[in-house]
Design a protein around this ligand. Structure first.
Ligand SMILES: Cc1cc2nc3c(=O)[nH]c(=O)nc-3n(C[C@H](O)[C@H](O)[C@H](O)COP(=O)(O)OP(=O)(O)OC[C@H]3O[C@@H](n4cnc5c(N)ncnc54)[C@H](O)[C@@H]3O)c2cc1C
Length: 492
């Protein structure tokens, strides 16, 4: 039984009917009157595997959700005003003798040679030139994600899920019935009087967290001391009269940052800010001053808290989506977290009774995901020299979690990135953000000193030429998308 028909609810329903439709009945309750959060347009490359695993045709999906391709996130003014870098969905160069490329580049850089590291990354050059082409299957060099209309993504998946047996009920849940002895959720009561029983309940009710929070009282762990942004004002606008950028933009602002997400039919904009530092009106005015294009709707303010549920799976309730936690959209991670939770749930799906070992493992894996993303996000704020507003002074000087402190020390000393096998963001992502925000390490891997400097310089130059040549042969992003759309005819 799934409560909630936003992105989380319909992603869960689609994946469950697809993979476990033979083993369980999937039912979803949603309330049109309450509606969905209606933001959440930028994703990470993992979403491709979700779409593919459902057997959905990419071109059809992208046309129906007005989606565009995304090869990274461009950060402006984060490390300092005027600075700019891309967090690419791909690598810088390639490792040599097991030593990651950035160590060689750092050695050259220290000698005043080696140019910029950014143009050794295919995604960076694609972004600079607004070109796009999918990588050959299995290519380790780069990857891509989608930017789509979040109000169309859920309905697309709803059609998919209901066509394959998921049952949808429209209605507002007004009460949750708990079983006396076990404390499990037994049934949902709707405003219409209908009572719906279930064995396992997936709470996709968004920030309301009706089951995991209200009914079961699972505690919330607050992270606002590190991630003080607690509001966003969103304002879509008409597409810019400029080349289609195959990436999401994040511009630091005096009280937070703003996103710019180009879709096929409009551009999503929003200012994520700390209400302790600026007011809703100031944020809306600041956003209105900088959006490129005509506003397509009035500014809409959304409120949230950074943090996560201490336990996302409790008794017979599994929280997925905003009911489970929220980390601001700086690195487009929420839908990824939904996808990860669904994969875990499917792997551990209880047939019969819920097993405590599975619950513990689900909660452990969820914590790991949240903790790693949290540290990565904090880095974007903390690694800055900005001192032009109270907000930036606060995040620059705040204490950070020990786990991030250790990672930053390791990087500063040795250019090494803390390695882990689970959770988001591997070496190229950390390298991009560290260097992009101006943290150049004091040392590098000694093995990078083995090759003569001129030889190294020639190799990096060669690489740069190869990247430029490869991207130069790609079509521009808008043209690639138009050809793709044309290839499948018109969608209703
Ligand atoms: C400002 C902002 C920007 C974001 N940007 C991104 C981004 O770029 N990328 C990204 O990955 N994520 C982003 N997110 C997160 C993303 O929007 C969510 O993770 C995603 O939409 C999933 O939301 P949800 O389905 O959990 O909740 P919702 O969309 O809120 O859905 C909740 C559902 O529960 C139903 N419901 C609630 N109460 C009841 C009730 N009593 N009875 C019946 N039904 C009920 C509602 O009707 C609705 O169907 C952003 C979030 C915010 C706030």
């Amino acid at each position: 039984m799934i409560l909630g028909g936003g992105t989380a609810g319909w992603m869960t329903a689609a994946a469950l009917v697809n993979q476990l439709g033979h083993a369980c009945d999937v039912r979803l309750v949603e309330s049109e009157e309450i509606g969905i959060v209606g933001v959440g347009e930028a994703t990470l490359p993992h979403i491709r595997f979700f779409v593919e695993s459902l057997g959905i045709d990419e071109a059809d999906f992208m046309k129906a959700t007005h989606a565009t391709f995304k090869v990274g996130i461009a950060f402006h003014d984060f490390g300092s005003i005027g600075s700019h870098y891309l967090h690419p969905f791909g690598s810088f160069g390639a490792p040599l003798n097991d030593v990651p490329f950035h160590h060689y580049w750092l050695r050259l850089h220290a000698a005043g040679r080696g140019g910029e590291i950014w143009d050794t990354s295919i995604c960076n050059v694609m972004a600079d030139e607004c070109r796009f082409e999918p990588p050959p299957p299995g290519s380790p060099l780069y990857n891509y994600a989608y930017q789509f209309d979040s109000t169309l993504f859920g309905p697309y998946l709803r059609n998919y899920a209901t066509a394959r047996g998921a049952v949808r009920t429209e209605g507002k849940v007004v009460d949750v019935e708990l079983e006396g002895e076990s404390g499990d959720v037994r049934a949902l009561k709707l405003e219409s009087g209908e009572r719906i029983e279930g064995d396992l309940f997936v709470d996709c009710s968004g920030f309301r967290a009706l089951l995991i929070g209200e009914a079961l009282g699972e505690e919330w762990e607050d992270w606002s001391q590190w991630l003080p942004c607690d509001r966003a004002v969103a304002m879509p606008c008409t597409p810019a009269d400029a080349p289609l950028e195959p990436y999401t933009r994040a511009h630091a602002m005096s009280g937070g940052w703003r996103w710019r997400i180009p879709l096929q039919h409009r551009v999503g904009n929003g200012y994520v800010y700390s209400s302790a530092h600026i007011s809703d009106q100031e944020a809306a005015d600041a956003l209105a001053r900088v959006v490129e294009g005509k506003a397509m709707a009035d500014p809409r303010v959304l409120r949230f808290r950074a943090g996560r549920r201490k336990r996302s799976w409790s008794r017979n309730v599994v929280a997925i989506g905003l009911s489970s936690g929220f980390l601001e959209p700086l690195e487009s991670t929420s839908i990824y977290l939904v996808q990860g939770a669904i994969a875990q749930l499917i792997e551990m799906f209880p047939i019969g009774r819920v097993r405590s070992e599975d619950v513990a493992e689900f909660n452990r894996a969820t914590d790991v995901e949240y903790d790693r993303i949290r540290d990565f996000l904090i880095l974007h704020y903390h690694a800055t020299s900005r001192d032009d507003s109270e907000f930036w002074n606060h995040v620059r000087t705040m204490d950070v979690p020990d786990t991030l402190h250790e990672k930053m020390d390791l990087w500063r000393r040795s250019a090494r990135v803390a390695k882990y096998s689970q959770g988001l963001f591997f070496e190229p992502s950390w390298v991009a953000v560290y260097l992009g925000q101006g943290i150049v390490p004091d040392g590098w891997d000694q093995r990078a000193d083995a090759a003569p400097l001129p030889e190294l310089e020639r190799a990096v130059d060669r690489l740069r030429c190869q990247v430029a040549e490869r991207v130069g042969a790609m079509p521009d992003a808008a043209q690639f998308l138009a050809t793709r759309n044309a290839s499948i005819g018109s969608v209703g």
